[in-house]
Design a protein around this ligand. Sequence first.
Ligand code: SF4
Length: 335
Amino acid sequence: MTLASDTAPRHDWRLDEIQALFALPFNDLLFRAQQVHRAHFDANAVQVATLLSIKTGACPEDCKYCPQSGHYNTGLGKEKLLEVERVVEQAAAAKAAGASRFCMGAAWRSPRERDLDVVLEMVKRVKALGLETCMTLGMLDGEQADRLAAAGLDYYNHNLDTSPEYYGEIITTRGYAERLETLGSVRQAGMKICSGGILGMGEAPSDRAGLLQQLARLDPHPESVPINMLVKVPGTPLADVDDLDPIDFVRAIAVARILLPKSHVRLSAGREQMSESTQALAFLAGANSIFHGDTLLTTENPAVARDRALFDKLGLHPEQPLYYDASAARTAEPA
Ligand code: SF4
């Protein structure tokens, strides 16, 4: 493999090629990932993302990592779908704070018809504010995807989670093929894709390679690729799984950068538990997007201040105010 070939998007990565990347000496792997990264992005720019949960808890799916699953007792309350007006208020505050994109997530298997009508209204109203829109609502069929796209939805998030081989150990209520079908419907409808996975769920190294192979097979590649480190939530079946070595996590980020050269690779869940050094290595490996997690702006969000301090320490800067900046929006709320 030459370096030149590393920078052009490919969809035919073989598992043995991907595993060979994982097996490189750490410094060689990071050097290659940096070269690919710098060929496509400002190496010191990081996109900042925040998700507003529009419906939390009591999800019928059994994803073993998820505190929102109704199958496990994690003490999380069940909330109804937020009212459209409340979402629009939050979006308007986001816009006032300089955001140009607004992400909304609901813990559903798939949207029900009556809920979809409400969600379509949210998309239209948020879009009418002049914001880009992003949603994660579970599985979509072709018609639902078309309706969301027609309402103005720009991005849809739907993760593959892990390799096809390990998937059955993590989720039994929906199949891998159904996930790929949803992503196909999203693309067919003309929307952009946000799709990634979770590491540290007890998977084998070959599963990390398998997940990245599946993401690289998507043609075109997803525009956003969230790579999460498992957050072990008491009450979920993965609460006591062994920790993933942070170096193995950083290796996966570097391989994702090489396989998905033009995608935003997002450090998502699990960053709270990560040391600054691990995060710095992840940025060096090619991560160029971070996720603050969901907030309704009712409480202080110290993570935002910590992130700013880390950015300052590393000389990083936000790519652009694409997403909802929770701390800035809070100051825009009425007293
Ligand atoms: S579908 Fe989403 S919200 Fe529901 S259990 Fe799985 S990860 Fe959690």
